[in-house]
Design a protein around this ligand. Structure first.
Ligand code: SF4
Length: 511
């Protein structure tokens, strides 16, 4: 499937081609390297553990309330799969509906094109400042940085966004709760030191913090100008954008300005309002453990005298059609961004979102980012391994994405891509040497004898703390038991020589 390549609308993005070039590779370091800072930050780990435990408990209680939760999950999965298989026609229907309601649709093949479209639209308003309800898609295309580079100041619309803005170079940890990794004391310090008029002795209780942030945000959104938002869903039959927020700061931000620009991934489309009904039951319970989200807002084009006078919808491909072409990998596009899989993931629970790079964090990021950005870079290749394969993510996913299955599928792609390199990477060269050694009994036994001698020389108290060379990665996070003095094969031979009785103690006896 490819999205319609012609742009029926005026403005930038006209005639956008499908993303044959694909998204730019990940510039981030590989996951294990990026995770080191988080793993050594005790406060961050404590905050993450506390916040995700609360979310898990709420989710479990909210889903247990429904007798038909499993049927709902199955319905969500089926709608998503059906929609993805006919995505091109649903997108065309969406474009017709948005245009018919007075909006304008722009097709962005990749992140660069989306950034260009949005920057041009904001500049056209004549404003040097834009209000943004930040979304996963905006983070994916690094929209804020592009706007700042173009001289446009970006102001966040919610408490969490305000906290992240005040945090300077702080990056969001979580798609729904960007400041999840901060405790109340840290948020108090940021608020007390930042917004003008905030009392220096601001207490760190939730009501006082929310009040201080609300006052600042309310005053900060002037009527007129431009606003940028993402979308939880796009309803094709009416061309409606659905914004679902756990906070609600985004609604004022998006309603007051004259121009509203929504940037959304092409997979966010749902065919009808009846389909949306299923997701509006699944999403709040899975995301925040509530029966509904505090703020669900919908926009359909423009209405004279009410809300923004101009509405632009930027539909982003950025590698999604490539994912769609993969029969196994496409399941990741079912995601409704509830973040339930993050809250149960033992890896995310210790590292937070930063090490996953600019895409989605957590288990869904580990399967979606390498698919849209490729597995050729060290960062892309490392993400499918950022998991214990415990399966907790698949158990909670409201649209039944089998994330462990996708992780294994992507690990296969990583191995394949390495096989194709002209110069084999060290791991592959080592595996080939091992295959050659183990392919012949004599070679194998000679290597075992030598390896055992060396390993016993390296061991202290029955453990090897550090293996040399490439093998050293194995001992980065664990010790290896010293091998027994006698190999199993030698023991077996001596047992056979002694008429099948041997010593009876086995090779372990030589430890
Ligand atoms: S993969 Fe499933 S659980 Fe994770 S964010 Fe997406 S919908 Fe939610």
């Amino acid at each position: 499937m490819t999205p319609p390549s012609g742009d029926s609308s005026e403005g930038p993005g006209r005639g956008a081609a499908p993303s044959s070039a694909g998204p730019v590779p990940l510039p981030a370091p590989k996951f294990a390297t990026a995770a080191r800072a988080a793993l050594s930050d005790g406060r961050l780990r404590r905050n993450l553990a506390g916040a995700t435990a609360v979310l898990r408990a709420r989710r479990d209680a909210a889903t247990a309330e429904l007798d038909d939760w499993e049927e709902l999950r199955e319905a969500g999965r089926a709608i998503r799969d059906r929609t993805l298989l006919n995505l091109d026609s649903h997108l065309e229907e969406l474009e017709r509906a948005v245009t018919g309601a007075g909006g304008t649709v722009h097709w962005a093949a990749d992140a660069a094109e989306a950034r260009r479209i949005v920057t041009t639209l904001v500049r056209a308003t004549g404003e040097g400042e834009v209000h943004a309800v930040r979304s996963a898609v905006a983070r994916e295309i690094r929209l804020d940085e592009a706007l700042e580079r173009a001289g446009i100041t970006v102001r966040g619309a919610g408490l969490a966004e305000l906290v992240m803005d005040l945090d300077g170079d702080g990056r969001p940890s979580h798609p729904l709760f960007p400041a999840l990794h901060h405790d109340r004391a840290r948020i108090r310090d940021l608020l007390a030191g930042g917004p003008p008029g905030t009392p220096a002795d601001l207490p760190d209780d939730p009501a006082a913090l929310a009040g201080a942030a609300r006052a600042r945000l309310r005053d900060g959104v002037p009527p007129g100008g431009a606003a940028i938002c993402g979308a939880a869903f796009l309803v094709a039959e009416t061309g409606t954008v659905v914004l679902a927020e756990p906070g609600g700061g985004g609604r004022a931000c998006a309603v007051l300005p004259e121009t509203l620009i929504c940037v959304a991934g092409i997979e966010e489309v749902v065919p009808t309002w009846a389909d949306l009904e299923v997701f509006l039951q699944l999403l709040p319970r899975a995301a925040v453990g509530e029966r509904t989200l505090p703020a669900i807002s919908t926009w359909t084009g423009v209405t004279p005298g009410d809300g923004p006078a101009a509405f632009h919808l930027v539909l982003l491909d950025n590698g999604r059609t490539t994912v769609l072409a993969d029969e196994i990998g496409r399941a990741a596009l079912r995601c409704v961004r509830c973040a339930a899989c993050l809250d149960v993931c033992p890896v995310y629970g210790r590292t937070g979102g930063d090490p996953y790079g600019p895409g989605l964090p957590g288990p869904i990021g580990a399967v979606l980012t390498p698919q849209v950005r490729g597995v050729e870079s060290a960062a892309g290749a490392s993400l499918p391994y950022a998991s214990t394969l415990c399966g907790a993510c698949a158990d909670v996913c409201p649209v039944k994405i089998d994330i462990p299955d996708l992780l294994v599928h992507l690990r296969g792609r990583v191995v394949e891509s390495r096989r194709r390199r002209p110069v084999p990477p060290p791991e592959l060269a080592m595996m080939r040497a091992l295959a050659w050694t183990m392919g012949d009994r004599r070679r194998h036994e000679a290597a075992l004898r030598r390896g055992t001698r060396w390993a016993r020389l390296l061991s202290r108290g029955g453990r090897i703390r550090r293996l040399p060379g490439l093998l050293g990665r194995w001992t980065d996070a664990r010790d290896v038991p010293a091998p027994p003095a006698e190999t199993f094969r030698a023991w077996w031979r001596s047992r056979a020589r002694s008429g099948g009785t041997g010593t009876g103690a086995g090779p372990e006896a030589g430890r």
